[in-house]
Each structure stands twice: as structure tokens, then as C-alpha cells.
Design a protein around this ligand. Structure first.
Ligand code: GLY
Length: 368
């Protein structure tokens, strides 16, 4: 069984493993035992959702059985709407009713919504339990399960309440990806493409070479793409755990326009990754004016995204509306819209861009 391990070593935190491989859910308990050894759990709580539970909850319980402690589970409604204060309050109350104690462990079994909400429930219940992430989507394997961001949405915006809690362990069992549909697969591929452009020539050109195999879900390429993305993210988070040192922001490449598209088109109209891919295309073109991004990069990135099943979106909106949506994004500082611009592969800049320049480039890009 092919498996690999990436160690996430963040200053001030206990290092933790991200294990990636086919079928590794089966020995999750065996691998976790030494991680939890200092304080063996009196109970494990699996938090999952109504899509994932029928597919993988039993397998997860079986995998954890080696720990020899009682296992409870909570199934959330599937979908982004569950990432809210009412569902979180239900989870907190259920945790209390189940008698979870400081030594209990929360296992987040699902995609980004489950990981974020379960992570935040774990981070806050009794001032913090240990959390294990078991991501079940490509997107959550390469992004949200690693790095410790947890939280919920408010009506005023996404992810407005949350905390940083690094997981104790991450188990990315690639066989569970078999049930992902084409849209969800491409969604994860967008974040892999993002990581490759920001990271290095080595990652980017490896991905260009292997894009069609990744799109076809070749097992070796999938494993390597996840591992490379996790190594990239681990390095970024090790330098800037709380996104306060001007480094972690690089993970937002493509997200400035991407978030605006998601908000204006209506959440769920396009996958997060499809919107981010569009944002990458735009940011690279903006980079040509502001950061000297070479045309070769713009073209190579376009071809890569096409190959990964992320074509140009059949979407546009008035430039003023897009700019207004960008300004509502919580990632802005003092009203200035900031873009991660790829000066070249592996070289990025975080640039505050004035309204006129953004409007001019949006009009050009969307052909107004
Ligand atoms: N998904 C972006 C981050 O973890 O910072």
C-alpha cells in the first residue's frame, strides 16, 4: 500500500504528521495511538456530514477501533449552510451530553465545512480538545485540513468567527476520493495548480507534465500532487502560522477575484476551485502590468487550468460590481484591494491595487 508522510513543523506547535495514501483509514487507530500516547483519549467523537456518513463513517470507526475507547459520532447536514452558529451550538451541546472531557479527541471526517466546524468545536469546547482531520475531498486534503484554520460563517460573511488550532494528525486516505464527482475533482485541482505556481518551477513543471494524469486520477500522480501541495502549505504555515507576517497570504492567489465571483454568482453556482482558477487567470494578467509577469507564464497557466478541467468561466458582471464585491472581502486592509501577483513561477508579490487599475483590467478581462 503506497503511503507517504509529511511532517508539519510549526514554531511553537507540536509537529504533526499528514499521512497520505490509499486505504490508510483502515489503520488510523494504530497510527494515532503513539500520537495520543501522552494522554490516551477516554472518548473519541467523529463529526461528519450526511453525504460522508453513509460512505465512510463505519470505515472510520473500524479504523479507530485499535485505540480501544468509546467512539461517538455526530452527523451534520451536508453543505456550507451547516457552517453556522446554530449547528455549532448543537454540536457543543451534544459534546456536553456525551460527556466529552479534556482528554477526548474530535475526528473531523469530511470536506472543508466539516473540517472547519469540527475543528472550531474542538478548539473551543472545554477550551480546546485535540483534533484529528480526516479530509474526504481533494480540496480539503490539499488545503483546509492542514494549517489549523477553523471557524464558521456569519450572515455578515464567510469564516468571520474562528481560531487557529493545528490538528494532532491528518489522515488523507486517497481511496475515499473515488466518490468525488468531476466538479469536486477539478475544484481540488485548482488549489493544487495554485500551490504549484506560487511554490516553484519544480512543482509547476511537474504538474504541467502530469496534468492529464491528475485529471484522470492516476493514483501515483494523485498521491504525489497531494504530497507536494501539503509540503508547500506546511512550509508556508511554518513561516506564518496566523497570516500576520505577510507570507500566508500567498495562499490567496486567485482568491481576490475568486471570492468575488462566488459571492456575485451566488455561492455554489461555481465550485470554489473553479472561481479561484478564474481568479488566477485574471491575477496573472494583472501581474503582466504590475509585476512583470511573463506572457509565457500566463499562457502556461491557462493551458494547465484547461487540462485540469478548469476552463474559462462563462460568467461576467459589471466591473463596478466585481470591485465592490472585492472590497467587501474580509481579507482587505484599510479598504485597499490586495492581489497576490505571480512575478514568475515561485515568485509572488502581495500588492494593493488602486480602483482605476482594477476596473480597467476587469473591463479588459471580461471584454466590456
Ligand atoms: N486556505 C488558506 C489558508 O489556510 O490560509
Amino acid at each position: 500500500m503506497a503511503a507517504t508522510r509529511v511532517v508539519v513543523d510549526i514554531p511553537g506547535e507540536r509537529p504533526y504528521d499528514v499521512r497520505i495514501g490509499e486505504g490508510i483509514l483502515a489503520d488510523l487507530g494504530t497510527k494515532l495511538a503513539p500520537v495520543l500516547e501522552a494522554q490516551p483519549p477516554s472518548r473519541i467523537l467523529i463529526i461528519t456530514d450526511s453525504n460522508v456518513a453513509p460512505l465512510y463513517l463505519d470505515a472510520c470507526k473500524q479504523g479507530l477501533a485499535a485505540l480501544g475507547c468509546p467512539i461517538s459520532d455526530i452527523t451534520l447536514p451536508a453543505g456550507e449552510e451547516a457552517k453556522c452558529i446554530d449547528v455549532l451550538a448543537e454540536v457543543w451541546n451534544a459534546m456536553a451530553a456525551l460527556g466529552l472531557a479534556r482528554d477526548s479527541v474530535v475526528v473531523a471526517l469530511g470536506g472543508g465545512v466539516v473540517g472547519d466546524l469540527a475543528g472550531f468545536a474542538g478548539a473551543t469546547f472545554m477550551r480546546g480538545l485535540r483534533v484529528v482531520q480526516v479530509p474526504t475531498t481533494l480540496l480539503s486534503m490539499v488545503d483546509s485540513s492542514v494549517g489549523g484554520k477553523t471557524g464558521i460563517n456569519l450572515e455578515a460573511g464567510k469564516n468571520l468567527v474562528g481560531s487557529f488550532l493545528q490538528p494532532s494528525y491528518v489522515c488523507a486516505s486517497t481511496d475515499v476520493l473515488a466518490t468525488l464527482d468531476v466538479r469536486e475533482w477539478a475544484c481540488g485541482c485548482a488549489e493544487i495548480a495554485k500551490a504549484s505556481v506560487i511554490d516553484s518551477d519544480d512543482f509547476f513543471f511537474w504538474l504541467v507534465e502530469n496534468a492529464s494524469l491528475l485529471a484522470e486520477r492516476n493514483p501515483d500522480v494523485v498521491l504525489e500532487a497531494i504530497a507536494r501541495s501539503v509540503v508547500f502549505k506546511a512550509n508556508v504555515v511554518a513561516q506564518d502560522k496566523t497570516e500576520s507576517r505577510g507570507v500566508r497570504e500567498c495562499l490567496n492567489y486567485g482568491h481576490t477575484l475568486g471570492h468575488a465571483i462566488e459571492a456575485l454568482a451566488g455561492y455554489g453556482t461555481y465550485s470554489h476551485g473553479a472561481a479561484v482558477a478564474e481568479g488566477m487567470r485574471f491575477a496573472a494578467r494583472l501581474g503582466q502590468t504590475l509585476a512583470g509577469t511573463p506572457l509565457e507564464l500566463v499562457e502556461a497557466q491557462d493551458a494547465l487550468l484547461d487540462e485540469l478541467g478548469l476552463p474559462v468561466l462563462d460568467w461576467s458582471a459589471p466591473a463596478e460590481d466585481i470591485l465592490a464585491a472585492m472590497k467587501r472581502d474580509k481579507k482587505n486592509r484599510q479598504g485597499a484591494v490586495r492581489f497576490v501577483l505571480p512575478a514568475d513561477v515561485g515568485q509572488w508579490e502581495l500588492t494593493a491595487v488602486d480602483d482605476e487599475t482594477i476596473l480597467e483590467h476587469l473591463r479588459l478581462y471580461f471584454g466590456e
